[in-house]
Design a binder for this molecule. Structure first.
Ligand SMILES: [Zn+2]
Length: 191
């Protein structure tokens, strides 16, 4: 099983200024599948359902028109849609990362859609192709939850199971269920 590292960074724990309600601003740099984006939000909400935090999504345009506190910016680079069979994806490097400056985690992540789509494609078989938008969205939701876990826990630490693991395979990204462990949910509130 080929594992792709989710993100790459190391940092120190610092106190958080986040409140209970957090706005996630989605900034797509390239094309994206709207059904996949909808599924990403649904999957993310499912993973975070046992946290006491409330999450809202905004587009970059919406966010520029209102004053928002407790904001997390996530930039999606590359193509957030599955290309035709035979499309070659750049598989090198991590699927996503979160910025840290002088050891302090910043509320700013970047998701490399080509890497996620490549991992998803490599794990798809048979009937999966009929629901490829849904599976890509599910994978993106898990990658997003992983990065938000780093931002809210103010830590580069990883969990042993579920979404918070250091590396996830394509099949783990599209499997019916993958959640955050109780310890990882707890760490998000500990700051
Ligand atoms: Zn990570």
């Amino acid at each position: 099983m080929r594992l792709v590292s989710i993100c790459a960074f190391a940092c120190l724990a610092v106190p958080s200024a986040f409140g209970e309600g957090i706005t996630i601003v989605l900034d797509f740099q390239g094309p994206r599948s709207e059904p996949s984006v909808a599924e990403m939000k649904r999957e993310f909400a499912g993973i975070m359902k046992d946290s006491a935090l409330r999450f809202d999504f905004r587009s970059r345009g919406e966010a520029s028109r209102e004053a928002i506190s407790d904001l997390v910016l996530v930039r999606f680079t590359g193509k957030c849609e599955l290309g035709p069979v035979g499309y070659l994806y750049d598989e090198r490097g991590p699927m996503a990362f979160t910025y840290s400056t002088d050891g302090i985690v910043q509320p700013f992540s970047e998701v490399a859609c080509d890497k996620v789509t490549s991992a998803v494609r490599s794990a798809m078989a048979g009937g999966d192709f009929a629901k490829s938008d849904l599976l890509l969205g599910r994978a993106l939701g898990r990658v997003l939850a992983h990065e938000v876990m780093h931002i809210l826990s103010k830590s580069g630490a990883h969990g042993r199971t579920g979404v918070a693991k250091t590396a996830l395979s394509g099949s783990q990204l599209i499997a019916p269920e993958l959640l955050l462990g109780p310890k990882d949910l707890e760490r998000m509130h500990a700051h």
